[in-house]
Design a protein around this ligand. Structure first.
Ligand code: RB5
Length: 151
């Protein structure tokens, strides 16, 4: 599995620890911010990571900014992206099981490293349940693809 990791200046310490943790889980980590240094703006980081996921060049992404909010807003502007900000593992698990999230997001100023690892674990270890949830995700995708919802 290959995951993109992207972040802004608030998350340098957190991203290093999370990238190392992902590697212990035998995940290939593509750090798209490393070469750009500390000045990466969260909209750019979120957008670039999302395009790699949406194009199939990565299986998913882990995004981190101060709150997780700004970087998730940018990522969710890319068609096909379902980026979910989670501050605890339950929401992360449900974002996979019910929402088929393909990007997990959290805030470096909101959660500590052990909580961040628990969020990542919950997200990685939970499959999409499909069934009735597939219909609901399809409705989200309809909005994404057409800008409207047929009722
Ligand atoms: C940076 O100060 C902060 O605004 C950013 O990391 C993020 O939290 C925005 O949503």
């Amino acid at each position: 599995m290959k995951l993109v990791i992207a972040y802004d200046h608030t998350a340098l310490e957190m991203k290093a620890k999370i990238a190392a943790y992902l590697i212990t889980r035998e995940i290939e980590v593509l750090d798209i911010c490393a070469d750009t240094g500390v000045g990466m703006e969260y909209p750019i980081a979120g957008y670039k990571a999302a395009t790699l996921v949406a194009s199939g060049q990565a299986d998913g992404a882990v995004l981190i900014c101060g709150t997780g909010v700004g970087i998730s807003l940018a990522a969710n502007k890319v068609r096909g992206i379902r980026a979910c900000v989670c501050s605890e593992p339950y929401s992360a698990r449900m974002s996979r099981a019910h929402n088929d999230s393909n990007v997990i997001v959290f805030g470096a100023r909101v959660v500590g490293i052990e909580m961040a690892k628990a969020i990542v674990d919950a997200w990685l270890d939970t499959p999409f349940e499909g069934d009735r949830h597939a219909h609901r995700v399809a409705l989200i995708n309809q909005i994404d693809e057409t800008g409207a919802l047929e009722s």
